[in-house]
Ligand binder design. Structure first.
Ligand SMILES: Cc1cc2nc3c(=O)[nH]c(=O)nc-3n(C[C@H](O)[C@H](O)[C@H](O)COP(=O)(O)O)c2cc1C
Length: 388
């Protein structure tokens, strides 16, 4: 077993083990990738304030997200095609999350279905919903999530139309991959991946295939998205979805204070400040940079979570110190999964947890719930001076 000391180690191993097409799918942002890059580089601009000679015995990283106990304020973000990064990827990631004590969010665009994941786990997970034109299908999807005892519906709002990632088009991304000569040459060097895939029957979008009539190309995420996502989604429809679900609702993809106020108005339980990991509107601000503005607008009235750019426990600490009540990791857990399956996801969580715990201690805090802006050095112009 290789010695893994950082998320970067997992990323290197993942790159050598997953097919190129799926690595590129994960490790890209839209168009110029400016927002994708800044999600990480903006975290780097924030520094931590070292404190000494305070007791750091008996530390605690446990807290709560939407009223659920979490071992640390980190959930696994919904990631489409996770089951193509590693055979049965969603099941393995959900199991690792359950054992670690953090929430797992299953994407609508997953390979393993809601029922597959429910069968393999014992704790309720969260289900992420993309809203489609076919209202009957959406209703059935919500019912399936309820039947599987999902404890929250995460409605993603920033992907009704697809941001372009050049590599996905050039690679002909699909699930399962189409066996072109280039793909066959690549797969020949990824025997672990191939072996896993041969041993599972879960190789297509199982929340969709068999549940929708007349799908023209279920293998292509892009074709499916372009044809089926509901371009007319608005706050009225979100309110109706909330009513249909009847349970906890998290609205994901909020990047503007005005939208945060609307989310509050429709009665969401939490919002996720997110730019979809830099995969949608290139040129949008990083999540960590807009977080303060959104907290000023709604922070006292609704739980504010954040994702996009988190690659370490220090990033989690910075987001929490800025005021986020929870964070999500997308790529960081995919690196682990693609590198080593369930053990890799567990390792990613362990790495992040240790970095969070040690950094918190070196900032002189022993409980994540006591962490606040005091431990940060934020550049004076971090929010930026932007003209409207
Ligand atoms: C490969 C990949 C697929 C994704 N698929 C989905 C998805 O199906 N639904 C969704 O709401 N977000 C999706 N996201 C966005 C993540 O939920 C999350 O917002 C993002 O990964 C956070 O940024 P990070 O990867 O820098 O942690 C995806 C992200 C990646 C990297």
């Amino acid at each position: 077993m290789p010695v893994i000391t950082s998320i970067d180690d997992l990323k290197r191993l993942y790159k050598s083990r997953a097919p190129r097409m799926f690595y590129d799918y994960c490790e890209s942002g839209s168009w110029t990738e400016q927002t994708f890059r800044e999600n990480s580089s903006d975290f780097d601009q924030i520094r931590l304030r070292q404190r000494v000679a305070v007791s750091i015995d008996n530390r605690a990283t446990a807290s709560r997200m939407i009223g659920e106990d979490v071992a640390m304020p980190v959930a696994l973000a919904p990631v489409g095609m996770t089951g193509m990064q590693h055979a049965d990827g969603e099941i393995l990631a959900a199991k690792a999350a359950e054992k670690f004590g953090v929430p797992f969010t299953l994407s609508t665009m997953s390979i393993c279905s809601i029922e597959d994941v429910a069968e393999a786990t014992s704790k309720p997970f969260w289900f992420q919903l993309y809203t489609m034109k076919d209202e009957d299908y959406v209703r059935r999807l919500v019912e399936r999530a309820r039947a599987a005892r999902c404890s929250a519906l995460v409605i993603t709002l920033d992907l009704q139309i697809l941001g372009q990632r050049h590599k996905d088009l050039k690679n002909g991304l699909s699930a399962p991959p189409k066996l072109t000569p280039a793909v066959i040459a690549d797969l020949a060097t990824r025997w672990r991946w191939g072996l896993g895939m041969l041993q599972t029957r879960r190789r297509e979008f199982r929340n969709i295939v068999g549940h929708v009539k007349d799908i023209s190309d279920p293998a292509s995420l892009m074709a499916w998205t372009n044809e089926n996502f509901d371009l007319t989604l608005d706050w009225g429809k979100i309110a109706k979805l909330k009513e249909l679900w009847g349970g906890k609702v998290i609205l994901k993809g909020i990047l503007d204070a005005e939208d945060a106020r609307m989310a509050l108005k429709v009665g969401a339980d939490a919002i996720v400040v997110s730019n979809h990991g830099g995969r949608q509107l290139d040129g949008a601000l990083s999540s960590i940079r807009v977080l303060p503005e959104i907290l000023d607008a709604v922070g006292d009235e609704i739980e504010v979570h954040l994702d996009s750019g988190i690659r370490s426990g220090q990033d989690v600490l910075k987001a929490v110190a800025m005021g986020a009540k929870g964070t999500y990791i997308g790529r960081a857990f995919i690196y682990g999964l693609g590198a080593m399956g369930e053990a890799g996801v567990t390792r990613a969580l362990e790495v992040i947890h240790k970095e969070l715990d040690v950094s918190m201690a070196l900032c002189g805090k022993r409980d994540i719930k006591q962490v606040n802006r005091d431990i940060l050095r934020v550049p004076e112009d971090f929010g930026g001076r932007w003209q409207r």
